[in-house]
Design a protein around this ligand. Structure first.
Ligand code: NAD
Ligand code: ZN
Length: 357
């Protein structure tokens, strides 16, 4: 088991990584303050898999559910949740336990920080992506018509409980989505995360612990996202555009896989890193069963999507690039022709046979 403290401006809290943690009813009550009035907030799917049994294990808990999937991460859902929390009798002394993937963590996290001007929040992520990324760092939020995650808060949970046993029910495609973020953390700060042996499900506790540590270090250095936390966007400028251009047929993790390859190739094209590094990135992404080619998605369309995103943020297209492994730089003014060239060089069948990293 691991206990990773996260020190932020509002104080310190622990992130626990431990198989079977959510089954230890007594410990949840005494150590994590879940013995009083609690709402277990989760999606309808996770309620069936894990939420109901967890709520039954706690002495005074009510299950509150939201729709599954990104479409549920909305202000409409949050408005309904406020009513459900009132109906569940949640007062200012109560706790909201957000259980689920990034969608549930973001939405219930947002509800917990705004309901009654903020009640106690404990997070229990259930996807690999939510463990290594969404539940770490306190950002909560929902989507609006104009874009994803445009409304949100910075939250300080009382604790984040990562029970690696809940990952046993996670579909392979969702597991790979999480591995994409793990690889990102590996390129950013911890080469050991690139070891394919660590990506086996049986190694989930050590994988999660190492990957969480990378994000914790960056969040502690930059709690309000003013500088180094932007490194976590490695591969993501491309990924968001790829998701959009594919009409969201590509999952986030798949888009991040190809986005990491694109970021590596662009780093090389910009004269920042060696070709050996771009090959290494490609091998790691392919080895994880993630796409390294664009499968016909149009380079110009991807660039147009990145430019629209830039306009919406009234900024520049900012790329997180690599000089070497664990040596990151932010670049604002890459010529779009270079980006198109890089993306054109990535045409082909997206996924290749498993490979070692
Ligand atoms: N707040 C942040 O800092 C941050 C960071 C990264 C991502 N995010 C957000 O996270 C979201 C993506 O998170 P996600 O990939 O976890 O998606 P998700 O929450 O939609 O979960 C993916 C799928 O896995 C299912 N699932 C979850 N846990 C399961 C389990 N244990 N067993 C079986 N099925 C399970 C869900 O029902 C869902 O269908 C996005 O909305 C993104 O914006 C937030
Ligand atoms: Zn991501």
């Amino acid at each position: 088991m691991a206990r990773i403290p996260l020190k932020g401006p509002g104080g310190c809290y622990d992130i626990l990584v431990e198989p079977g943690l959510l089954q230890q009813g007594e410990r949840l009550e005494t150590e994590f303050g879940l013995g009083g009035r609690v709402a277990v907030g989760t999606t309808e799917v996770i309620a069936r898999l894990h939420g109901r049994t967890l709520a039954q294990r706690l002495p005074d808990a009510t299950l509150v559910t939201m729709p599954d999937g990104e479409a549920g991460k909305s202000l409409t859902t949050v408005a309904q949740l406020y009513s459900d929390l009132v109906a569940a009798g949640l007062d200012r002394q109560a706790t909201l336990l957000a259980l689920g993937g990034g969608v549930a963590c973001d939405t219930f996290g947002f509800a917990a920080t705004t309901y009654l001007r903020g009640i106690r929040l404990v997070m229990a992520p259930t996807t690999l992506l939510a463990m290594v990324d969404a539940s770490v760092g306190g950002k909560t939020g929902v989507d609006i018509a104009e874009g994803k995650n445009l409304v949100g808060t910075f939250a300080r949970p009382a604790a984040v409980l990562m029970d690696s046993d809940v990952l046993e029910t996670l579909p392979d495609r969702e597991w790979r989505n999480g591995i994409a973020e793990v690889l990102k953390h590996g390129f950013l700060a911890d080469e050991q995360l690139l070891d394919p042996a660590l990506h086996l499900r049986e190694n989930a506790p050590s994988l999660v612990t190492r990957a969480v540590q990378v994000k914790v270090d960056l969040v502690q250095r930059d709690p309000f996202e003013k500088n180094v936390r932007a490194w976590l966007n490695l591969g993501h400028t491309f990924a968001h555009a790829i998701e959009l251009v594919s009409d969201f047929r590509w999952s986030h993790g798949e888009a991040v896989g190809a986005g990491l390859v694109a970021a590596g190739r662009l780093s090389h094209a910009a004269g920042l890193c060696s070709a050996a590094l771009t090959d290494r990135i490609e091998d790691c992404v392919a080895g994880a069963g993630l796409p390294i080619r664009l499968g016909g998605l149009d380079a110009e369309e991807i660039c147009a999507a990145m430019a629209t995103d830039k306009k919406r943020r009234a900024g520049r297209v900012r790329f997180v690039l690599l000089r070497a492994l664990n040596d990151i730089t932010l670049v604002d003014d890459v010529p779009m022709e270079t980006v198109v060239e890089v993306l054109n060089g990535m045409q082909g069948v997206p996924v290749r046979e498993k490979n070692s990293c």
